[in-house]
Design a protein around this ligand. Structure first.
Ligand SMILES: *[C@@H]1O[C@H](CO)[C@@H](O)[C@H](O)[C@H]1NC(C)=O
Length: 288
């Protein structure tokens, strides 16, 4: 009967699978039971548990039944970052200058080197907090502004200055609007560009105009004043009033006076002679 046959086979298959499970149990558990479960702070070596060496140290001599592990500090460019059972310290990483890398954090006996980028670079290929390759950051040139500032791990993003604005320096944070000369009461001498402001000039007098006026005043004014003075003096003389301060005229007057005086004295000496000849009886003489 198919039903009875099935029920009679069932116990056998159960036993068989139990046997198989036991074999699998033995296979999996036997090596496991042999493996030592060392405490934290211990490491397994040749089926025994030995105390670990602390970070910055390595194992010089494994422990024995009578002695603990002998540890030795790492030297030179080596390190161990964690408590360990290593017989050699790990070599410190060298930052590859060819990938523009430099040591951001120097290696210590307990910590590996952390590589980073020089100022002006950003990390193009990060590896956690470490970097594997740097690239020069984009410089936002005059005519652009920094749209997004770069970070240690990202490049700058630049944006061209919109029309009517300018930036004159590298890495400008903003574009400045051109100066509106009309609003400042001036006229535009030079139009603004993306990299330079508009140049305004004062309305009316320019610098050269002012200079010309000064030269004109310096040269022309004394000539005009001199001419006016000359005419004024001539007009006064024509009016019959001799000018008070005229050296030439004074000299003339002096000469005339002297001439008159000498002529007078000349007649004085001559007259008595004539008088004596005319009036010989009188001895009254006009003596000077
Ligand atoms: C602006 O950046 C360019 C490109 O890096 C550089 O050649 C130039 O010397 C910089 N100019 C100034 C004023 O820093």
């Amino acid at each position: 009967m198919p039903c009875g046959g099935r029920s009679s086979r069932a116990p056998r298959s159960v036993l068989g699978s139990m046997r198989r499970i036991f074999v699998v149990f033995l296979i999996t558990q036997l090596p496991h039971s042999k493996a030592l479960q060392c405490d934290p702070g211990e490491y397994e070596i040749n089926g025994e548990c030995c105390p670990m060496c602390s970070a910055g140290n390595r194992v010089l001599k494994r422990c024995t039944v009578n002695s603990s592990t002998t540890c030795m500090p790492c030297v030179d460019d080596t390190y161990t970052e964690h408590p360990n059972g290593l017989t050699e310290c790990m070599r410190c990483k060298v930052c590859d200058a060819g990938a523009r890398l430099m040591a951001k954090e120097k290696c210590t006996y307990t910590k590996n080197t952390v590589c980073g980028c020089a100022p002006g670079d950003f990390c193009r290929h990060p590896a956690g907090l470490d970097c594997e390759m740097c690239s020069p950051s984009t410089v936002c040139l005059p005519g652009f502004k920094v749209k997004i500032s770069g970070t240690e791990f990202s490049d700058n993003v630049c944006e061209v200055c919109p029309d009517g604005t300018f930036s004159a320096t590298n890495m400008s944070q903003a574009c400045q609007p051109w100066t509106r000369c009309e609003e400042e009461g001036m006229t535009e001498g030079k139009a603004g560009t993306a990299t330079s402001d508009a140049v305004c000039v004062k309305r009316g007098l320019s610098a050269t105009g002012l200079a010309l006026i000064i030269v004109f005043l310096v040269l022309i004014v004394p000539v005009v004043f001199g001419a006016v003075y000359f005419l004024w003096r001539r007009k006064k003389r024509k009016d019959g009033r001799p000018p008070a301060q005229d050296i030439g005229d004074e000299l003339n007057e002096e000469v005339m006076e002297n001439l008159i005086r000498t002529r007078n004295t000349g007649t004085d000496t001559a007259l008595p002679v004539q008088e004596t000849t005319k009036n010989s009886g009188t001895s009254t003489l006009h003596s000077p």
